[in-house]
Design a protein around this ligand. Sequence first.
Ligand code: ADP
Ligand code: MG
Length: 238
Amino acid sequence: MSALTLQNITKRFGSTDVIRGVDLDVAEGEFVVFVGPSGCGKSTLLRIIAGLEDQTSGHVTIGGKNVDVTPPAKRGIAMVFQSYALYPHLTVKGNMGLALKQEGVEKGEIERRIAAAARMLHLEALLDRRPSELSGGQRQRVAIGRAIVRQPKLFLFDEPLSNLDAALRVNTRIEIANLHRLLGATMIYVTHDQVEAMTLADKIVVLSAGRIEQVGRPIDLYNKPANLFVAGFIGSPK
Ligand code: ADP
Ligand code: MG
């Protein structure tokens, strides 16, 4: 079964067509990267998948279920943003457990899930700190931890590394790749960074002006870019 299917998705803001007929099929466990220049519609497409934005037309299916009218909290997804959006008054533990608490998950189960996520992300020593006492990289790991504890079928990342400095960006990228291997979950990851796309993706979706230019494995895009735009963006010598 597909983890995610997009059927002829369009999105219009006012009189501007921002997403222009996107079809996509994502297999279970796949790591798919949306790549493309700023303004091409990556975040909008991710927000449509998350249910944070309604598509103008087309259909979204997650885990075999049509979710066109399903609210974000009921889609079985968790999203990690570029800005960590942690609650400053809550500890790391509080931030990670909040959504579960609101969903009525039992206290012991919340504790277990937080402990497991903290172990995966090396956050065990930081659980009682507040966000202001953490570095940028640590905050982003908490944001990722907050997604993990919800045990989503589908992870959505929107440029999660762009607020980090270069060294941290590499480390966190490797952690996300390890996490994917460990959890076996389906991940959709948005970036405008070709290196991130090439190193993380099972499958890359190249977007330009709201359309898919090409979908393929990194090696295929590199060796056989469909057009000059893809060649230029992926950095192929051809
Ligand atoms: P990306 O994430 O690839 O940089 P976005 O999806 O954020 O691109 O934006 C795609 C286009 O849609 C841009 O031209 C942007 O200005 C426009 N856009 C995004 N959100 C809105 C909105 N809420 N209202 C109007 N235009 C929007
Ligand atoms: Mg964006």
